[in-house]
Design a protein around this ligand. Sequence first.
Ligand code: AMP
Ligand code: ZN
Length: 112
Amino acid sequence: MDCIFCKIANGEIPATKVYEDDTVVAFNDLEPQAPTHILVIPKAHISSAAEITEENSAVISHIFEVIAKLSKDLDMTNGFRVVNNCGDWAGQTVKHIHFHVMSGRKFTWPAG
Ligand code: AMP
Ligand code: ZN
């Protein structure tokens, strides 16, 4: 499968990784929308949030444990935003589930 985030997960494509374990990797977004902008992905390919099932959801809860750890390690004490774009109308451009973790500035709601 020609998936850019699978290739980042297995090291075929370089990325600035800020966290990695057996099932999850976190790396800096190429086009940051905030001073801190990290993408957290499962190493196993799940195409979107619409494809989460009982069988593969353990890694998703683990991702949120990793996000909590990163928020402390990377000093996001004033808050951070977690975003998942799912599907075309939401603007999902990479079809490997990923969670944007953004911090370092204030965010508006419901826009950016
Ligand atoms: P989305 O639009 O939610 O699918 O987000 C995809 C994100 O992946 C965008 O914020 C891109 O800037 C980011 N991105 C695409 N290719 C790379 C890459 N090779 N390394 C890091 N981030 C990337
Ligand atoms: Zn993939």
